[in-house]
Design a protein around this ligand. Structure first.
Ligand code: BYC
Length: 311
């Protein structure tokens, strides 16, 4: 180990953060760019399924809540792209990777939002799963990523609460509203469990990422933690989780649950989910429609620079 590697390892061992100008192994940098950019893309694409419902929210109060949530996701994307840029990659390159279909983003956003109660289920389950995963990332070894996560987690907690509160209203509403809530749970449960990624045995990056203290918990441990906290919440709602194998295991002190359909997961990851094509097309179109804003901002900043240089 040379002195640079030793200094890097000492920092990890002492729980000190690695900062942008510190020496770091090239593979550590690449892993972080991969994970942080996938995470940023997920936040941005994640706006689409919910954005669909802003104009159809059933009341002003619900509309304000949903608007605020979707705007928060845009903010999360921006903090994360900024964190990725500190590792020496340009934001335009990250956008190119997303828009050309090379980059991954979370599988969950390739499922359709077909009813208003899906918005409640997303807040409750999808944001609930996101927080479970992201709380450990506030302790990630890379400083800019860990710090971005602190604020993101605070906002995600509010998102989870707003989603659950919607589910409480629906579950205590009319028969039809209860059915809507149950139907959303049926469709979002398994995809939410898939958000945590492949099982530990199939996860290619986990061992190294945990050694580098980027990830602090394994995919399966986080998935189990999510199931354990969510089952009582479903019981409180009077809704049934769509898994016949779900059962409290006294010995393990955890819920046992059924097998995830991994074929479906990998198909969605490969681009063959119900909405992959639509999401990418919408994203590319939004980017193209925003070209004039970027051009105007650049022209303004150039004009400002010229003015400053002439002073
Ligand atoms: N979808 O070795 P593994 C949110 C890929 S929430 C698609 O275990 P890793 C939000 C993985 O990238 C969602 N692909 O990987 C909530 C890898 O492929 P590559 C975003 C997935 O990185 C509400 C391969 O499978 N959260 O933002 O150690 C509203 C092997 O996996 C998925 C984050 O991104 C998946 N579900 O662990 C709006 C959190 N799972 O790269 C927005 C940060 C795995 O080799 N990310 N893959 O081609 C992480 O914590 C980790 O990256 C993961 C995966 C736990 C997701």
């Amino acid at each position: 180990m040379d002195k640079f590697e030793q200094a890097f390892q000492n920092k990890l061992d002492n729980e000190e953060k690695i900062e942008p100008k510190d020496w770091m192994p090239e593979k550590y940098r690449k892993t972080l760019i991969r994970q942080i950019s996938q995470h940023a893309h997920s936040e941005i694409v994640g706006m689409l399924p919910e954005g669909n419902w802003i104009t159809r929210a059933p009341s002003m109060r619900r509309k304000i809540g949903l608007l605020a949530k979707v705007q928060d996701e845009a903010g999360h994307g921006l903090y994360l792209y900024s964190a990725a840029e500190t590792l020496g990659i340009d934001r335009a390159e990250l956008f190119d990777q997303l828009h050309s279909g090379i980059a991954k983003y979370s599988s969950i956003f390739n499922y359709p939002t077909i009813s208003w109660s899906d918005i409640g289920a997303i807040g409750w389950l999808v944001d609930g799963a996101a927080i479970m995963n992201q709380v450990m990332l506030t302790r990630a070894s890379y400083g800019p990523y860990a710090r971005a996560m602190v604020r993101i987690c605070k906002e995600e907690s509010f998102h989870q609460r707003q989603g659950y509160e919607m589910m409480v209203s629906l579950a205590n509403g009319t028969e039809e509203q209860k059915e809507m809530a149950q139907d959303s749970l049926n469709r979002w449960w398994w995809p939410s469990l898939m958000m945590f990624g492949p099982s530990n045995a199939e996860s290619t990056h986990s061992a190294q990422s945990m050694a580098w203290k980027i990830k602090r918990k394994s995919n399966d441990d986080l998935r189990q933690q999510f199931v354990d906290v969510t089952v009582p919440q479903a019981e409180y709602l009077g809704l049934k989780i769509p898994d016949d194998k779900l059962k409290w295991n006294e010995e393990r002190g955890h819920y046992d649950f059924g097998e995830i359909n991994w074929d479906e997961f990998w198909e969605v990851v490969k681009g063959n989910g119900p909405c992959n094509k639509e999401r990418l097309e919408t994203r590319v179109k939004a980017h193209e429609n925003g070209a004039w804003v970027r051009e105007a901002a650049m022209a303004y900043s150039e004009k400002l620079n010229t003015a400053v240089n002439h002073k």
